[in-house]
Design a binder for this molecule. Structure first.
Ligand code: SAM
Length: 239
């Protein structure tokens, strides 16, 4: 496996565990909001799901098309240019069994985004949400010497900068989802250790990558590790 690919799979192993378990069975209509270059979308399409990626970036959608063209099987994955605000017009109300919203709430209005996600999901549909977790981000900024940024992130729910966007605590995400009419089913800690480990160690030390994945899996469901996680992966049902 190429080093970049290996690092990517270490970062997303815990997410895939939960997602594949939740989507086992019949093919679903999946919308990947802010799906970017299709890292999640194409793999889901390879498993037989019908996937529409909605993203404002033409470059990302072009990369998605290339990625979809490189896989060995025929995949049902469509790139659609759009964003959170026109999601319902682009994919249609009540047209999805599953919506992925991974790494997007950080840079959009989360209340508006979740409202539109709720509109495109069928009743009982599933939301897979990944957000940056506030406490780990505070620690990371402080460790990098960005003390003012760390201080601002402590309590401030507005984005510290437009590029990295806002961060969330578990209770902030739970409240947002509750207000938007979602019932949380699982919350997993993602990348508790991975971002703290030197990349060279994961890349070069034999067996390190798989041992790290084992460790990430071992803590993913332990609530005491949630505040240490770089990201939270939440599965929630539209009520
Ligand atoms: C951090 S990337 C995440 C990509 C992908 N979801 C993943 O997890 O690999 C954020 C994505 O959100 C998209 N994005 C930015 N603003 C958006 C908006 N207003 N509505 C929808 N997507 C947006 C970006 O183009 C980018 O592809």
């Amino acid at each position: 496996m190429a080093l970049r690919e290996q690092r990517g799979s270490v970062r997303t192993a815990v997410v895939w565990d939960a997602l594949e378990a939740a989507l086992a069975g019949a093919p679903r209509d999946v919308v990947d909001l802010g799906g970017g270059t299709g890292g999640f979308a194409v793999r889901l399409a390879e498993s037989g799901h019908r996937v529409r990626v909605v993203d404002p970036s033409p470059d990302a959608l072009a990369a998605l098309a290339r990625r979809a063209g490189e896989v060995d099987v025929d995949v049902d994955v469509t790139g659609l240019q759009g964003d959170v605000t026109d999601l319902v017009e682009v994919v249609g109300a009540g047209s999805a069994d599953v919506v992925l919203c991974h790494g997007v709430l950080e840079v959009v209005d989360p209340v508006v985004a979740l409202q539109h996600v709720g509109e495109v999901l069928r009743p009982g549909g599933l939301l897979s949400l990944i957000v940056g977790q506030r406490h780990a981000a505070v620690l990371a900024r402080a460790m990098a010497g960005h003390f003012q940024q760390a201080r601002s992130l402590l309590d401030d729910q507005q984005p510290v900068d437009a590029r990295t966007g806002r961060r969330f605590t578990v209770s902030e995400v739970a409240a947002l989802l509750d207000d938007a009419g979602f019932a949380v089913t699982t919350v997993h800690a993602v990348r508790v250790f991975t971002d703290l480990v030197p990349a060279g160690l994961i890349d070069l030390e034999p067996g390190a990558a798989s041992a790290l994945v084992d460790l990430e899996r071992a803590v993913a469901e332990r609530s005491e590790y949630l505040p240490l996680a770089a990201q939270l992966h939440v599965l929630a049902c539209r009520s």
